[in-house]
Ligand binder design. Structure first.
Ligand SMILES: Cc1cc2nc3c(=O)[nH]c(=O)nc-3n(C[C@H](O)[C@H](O)[C@H](O)COP(=O)(O)OP(=O)(O)OC[C@H]3O[C@@H](n4cnc5c(N)ncnc54)[C@H](O)[C@@H]3O)c2cc1C
Length: 383
């Protein structure tokens, strides 16, 4: 698979599978199993995995382009995809002791038969995912974990969950370890419904682990190495992925608004809305400028990930903070420009507006990112 063929597969799935079902899945809060099936069959679930396990061996540039393409049609599915890629990257980065047990799972992912996700956030530490309050307890076979995970995208649909917990002997609040917990593990259950304002079709429900046994070869990181894995393996890709979801939403909002301005008429004036009102054209132009600005930021962070340098982590923090704001701004303008037609849900703009509000509250939240950026500019330790 090449960059171009991956993006073209994503476009084909977005048109054939995502777009026709997005509205109904949103209104019913229905998880699109058919979207995951198509992503699996196309090879996109193994996009970043190495070729020796059957993956496509592609990088962040393609991940961002595929994600934005999916998000233009259905941001719920795009976020399922982002969380899956995070799970797959964490499994792929497993420590040597776990590598041989992870290999068949990576092969299943690359073959499109395994969806994964992250279960980091906990009811106890809320958006501070770097500080789980649950603790793994060592036994003869590995560890036992009990935890209340507050939101887990693809809950009840994923085949595996990358779970964080404090290490058995960890002394500090960030002395965590990552484990892979199979969906069928006794004690793991979806603990409630998902009925969000936006991203309603991505099953981001709470998950409870009640004395779940995790064998030693499913411990993904060394004891206490969960936190560096969150920062080095997950954070750069997650921030890029959520920014790409935001970009897809903005592009869809620009296209939907332009279409409305061309097609809705003032019959008494003999003109379309767009022909008639300069203020609407100006607001559409602002939406386009903000969308292209976000696209440029994403290109810049991709360049930093491909060629790491001193400013890479700063750019990684910035891109998600900026994307959350841009998505809210562009979709809010779209709501205003499209007026009562958007407000009464005659257009898809209202779904885009609701979906756009998720990025800023997903951890690291926009506020936390600003806090980190400000601290790092002043040389204050982040944790
Ligand atoms: C659609 C969706 C999908 C999700 N999927 C997953 C998933 O798959 N896996 C997963 O692990 N989690 C997931 N989450 C959880 C998410 O990452 C956050 O943990 C969660 O949204 C935090 O909500 P909260 O109410 O607990 O935030 P709180 O921590 O209570 O934050 C409340 C407010 O305080 C602000 N705040 C908090 N700390 C600081 C600080 N230090 N400085 C400044 N401001 C601060 C926040 O920005 C926010 O505005 C998902 C959430 C959503 C909405």
């Amino acid at each position: 698979m090449t960059h171009e063929s991956a993006v073209s597969k994503a476009r084909e799935i977005a048109t054939r599978v995502l777009a026709p079902g997005a509205e109904q899945n949103d209104s019913e809060g229905r998880f699109s199993t058919e979207a995951v099936k198509s992503l699996g069959e196309s090879g996109l679930l193994g996009l970043l995995l190495p070729t020796d396990v059957g993956g496509a061996g592609l990088g962040p540039r393609t991940f961002a382009a595929v994600t934005a393409t999916l998000a233009e049609a259905d941001a719920s599915v795009a976020m399922v995809y982002v969380m899956h890629v995070m799970g797959a990257a964490s499994i792929s980065a497993a420590r040597p002791n776990a590598a041989s047990s992870m290999r068949p799972i990576l092969q299943e992912i690359a073959a499109g038969q395994h969806l994964s996700t992250l279960a980091f956030s906990e009811a106890g530490s809320r958006s501070h995912f770097w500080a789980p309050v649950s603790r793994a307890h060592r036994n003869a076979h590995g560890v036992k974990i009990s935890a209340r995970k507050s939101w887990v995208t693809s809950a009840g649909h994923a085949q595996s969950y990358v779970v964080s917990a404090l290490s058995p002997e960890g002394a500090g609040p960030t002395d965590s370890t990552l484990y892979l917990v199979a969906a069928e593990t006794r004690g793991l259950s979806v603990a409630g419904p998902w009925d969000g304002l936006g991203l309603r079709a991505n099953a981001s429900a709470p998950v409870v682990l009640d004395d779940c046994e995790v064998p030693a070869d499913f411990q993904l990181t060394d004891d206490g190495a969960g936190f560096p894995a969150m920062l080095n393996v997950v954070l750069p890709l997650f921030n890029l992925g959520t920014a790409a979801v935001a970009l897809g939403l903005c592009r869809a909002a620009v296209a939907g608004t332009a279409s409305h301005l061309k097609n809705a008429k003032f019959e008494h004036l003999g003109q379309s809305l767009g022909e008639s009102l300069p203020t609407l054209r100006a607001q559409l132009a602002t939406m386009q400028i903000e969308t292209d600005g976000l696209s440029a930021l994403i290109d810049d962070v991709i360049d930093h990930l491909e060629t790491p340098r001193d400013t890479t982590m700063l750019r990684v923090l910035e891109v998600k903070a900026a994307a959350g704001e841009v998505a809210i701004s562009v979709t809010s303008t779209a709501m205003r420009v499209c007026g009562g037609a958007a407000f009464s849900k005659h257009l898809n703009i209202e779904r885009l507006f609701r979906d756009a509000h998720a990025g800023a509250v997903m951890a690291p939240t926009g506020d936390v990112l600003r806090e980190f950026i400000g601290k790092s500019l002043l040389g204050i330790p982040l944790f």
